[in-house]
Design a protein around this ligand. Structure first.
Ligand code: HEM
Length: 489
């Protein structure tokens, strides 16, 4: 090749690479909203490994108001920090925002219910919902929860013999939530939930959020700039985990069939769907494969494991550092004759405590939707295809919506009309038809376990008790390990 041709080829290649790194730029600017200046490839966030989603969102809301745009690498996102507009997007005008962006775009990842296009998502959601939302089925989970609670107490007491200080997530709530969710999702008791070397725990950890990794700037740049590469890297760890859990649920179903057992739990719901016992025309039309149905067991583990674990972990922090509020909820729990599905439903102070934890320190801090049909709202025109992000911390920390928003004040949830006035501004479980399917189960679990622990132990602050967020986390607000002192009553 002569030098001129070589030079032209290099220039063409550079132009193509530049085009790729900037191809979506300009799409947000067309909406007429303030846009944080993007740079080729890396987008608007200059040091993604240092940025932290919650403080970024609060800062951007202060600077730009209720609407702004930014590019995460090439990904254009319209941020909507206005309660009324968010309510329209998530509930009232849902038919314009039925999809989520596919955050896990690799084998198995894209086949999870919440990543699917609306027609499939809707059918799968209504298929699975009874196992997660009906009182009878949640009540049927309580013996399992009791047994998992007792096992967790035994593990913790063994730990306490070495030291009174525990890592609330790693030593207590991580194994506990894994234990419950393994039984809920796969109908199986896993014997070694606390053993980090067990195959089950290793695969489940792939579904968790990192707690100690320090992001490498160069790798973060590359993965943000080339999302398909990011997906490949994530897939390398997650695909084997999905395969493992698929096999697990398959085994569980095989065993139930061999024993002629049918239970109305998640596995039972999936078995019925495989056996075509779901008579709706919509369902039959979709022809969902057996593998897609089985995958939803893994989806539940993924959706529930770290979310419930994080709510409990952060609750332990607030129990340790807010002694007055802790005393009130402990007293309420200790006054119960016994721990049952019905009795934990009657713990208003504990419920208020958990709601306040989820207001101040939710794990998932942004909600995502894709505009599927052009939408117009108060002069703003959003074309189909636009990714919309709802930054929930902006609402949760708004002094108008939550007076003394920086104070941990569970009593706000006991005020008259609290539920109605925060109906659309408190959204740790999302809102509308795409809202968390496990919200009821999550609240039952949190109340059951916290009440169970508070009847036996006291959580206290010590020198190591700190609440520090990890930087660089885009989707999750993850903390460094939370250490608390535990005292037996
Ligand atoms: C404290 C615990 C939990 C929190 C804070 C939480 C939070 C969330 C959030 C924020 C969403 C997205 C909502 C939206 O986009 O509007 C979500 C979706 C979802 N969650 Fe949860 N979650 C929790 C526990 C659970 C549990 C225990 C399960 C199931 C066993 C579960 C299953 C799901 C599912 C299936 C979705 C997707 C719903 C859909 O797209 O239709 N979650 N969750």
């Amino acid at each position: 090749m002569d030098p001129l041709t070589a030079l032209l080829a290099v220039l063409l290649l550079l132009a193509l690479v530049y085009w790729y790194g900037t191809k979506d730029f300009g799409s947000l600017e067309k909406l007429g909203v303030p846009v944080i200046k993007p740079y080729p490839f890396i987008g608007s966030i200059l040091k993604p490994w240092e940025s932290f989603c919650v403080s970024d969102d609060l800062q951007n809301a202060r600077k730009y108001g209720r609407l702004w745009g930014l590019y995460e690498g090439p990904w254009a996102q319209l941020f909507v920090a206005d309660v009324d507009m968010a309510k329209h997007i998530m509930i009232k005008d849902f038919d314009h925002f039925q999809d989520r962006p596919v955050l896990f775009d690799f084998e198995y990842g894209r086949d999870q219910m919440d990543m699917m296009p609306a027609d499939r998502w809707k059918v799968l959601r209504s298929l699975l919902a009874p196992a997660l939302t009906t009182s009878g089925r949640l009540k049927a989970m309580t013996p399992t929860m009791q047994q998992c609670l007792d096992d967790a107490c035994r593990r913790m007491e063994a730990k306490l013999r070495d030291s009174p200080v525990i890592d609330a997530q790693a030593d207590l709530f991580g194994p506990l939530t894994l234990d419950v969710m393994a039984q809920f999702s796969f109908g199986m008791k896993v014997p070694d939930v606390a053993d980090k070397n067990s195959v089950f725990v290793k695969h489940a950890s792939a579904f968790g959020v990192p707690t100690d990794a320090t992001p490498n700037p160069l790798i973060t740049y590359i993965l943000t700039s080339f999302p398909s590469l990011g997906n490949r890297v994530a897939g390398r760890q997650l695909i084997p985990a999905f395969r493992y859990f698929l096999e697990m649920i398959r085994r569980s179903i095989k065993q139930r069939r061999a024993e002629g057992v049918h239970r109305p739990d998640l596995v039972g719901v999936i078995m019925d769907a495989i056996d075509n016992k779901v008579p709706t025309a919509e369902y039959r039309q979709l022809r969902l494969t057996e593998e897609i149905l089985l995958l939803q067991g893994a989806e539940m583990l993924m959706a529930a494991y770290d979310t419930v674990g994080s709510a409990l972990n952060k609750s332990a922090y607030f129990l340790a550092t807010e002694p007055e509020a802790a005393e009130e909820v402990a007293q309420e729990a200790q006054e119960l004759d016994e721990l049952t599905y019905e009795s934990v439903a009657q713990l208003p102070k504990l419920e208020a405590f958990i709601k306040e934890v989820l207001r101040m320190a939710p794990l998932l801090v942004r909600h995502f939707r894709v505009c599927t049909r052009d939408w117009e709202y108060q002069g703003l025109r959003v074309p189909a295809g636009t990714s919309v992000t709802i930054p929930m911390s902006v609402f949760h920390m708004d002094e108008q919506l939550f007076p003394e928003a920086r104070q941990f004040r569970p009593a706000r949830w006991l005020e008259e009309d609290a539920h109605r006035s925060h109906q659309y501004s408190w959204m740790p479980f999302g809102l509308g038809p795409h809202a968390c399917l496990g919200a009821r189960l999550a609240m039952v679990e949190c109340k059951f376990f916290l009440a169970g622990f508070l009847r036996r132990y006291r959580f206290l602050a010590c020198d190591q008790t700190k609440f520090e967020y990890l930087p660089g986390s885009g989707l999750f607000a993850t903390t460094k390990p939370i250490m608390v002192k535990v005292e037996k009553l």
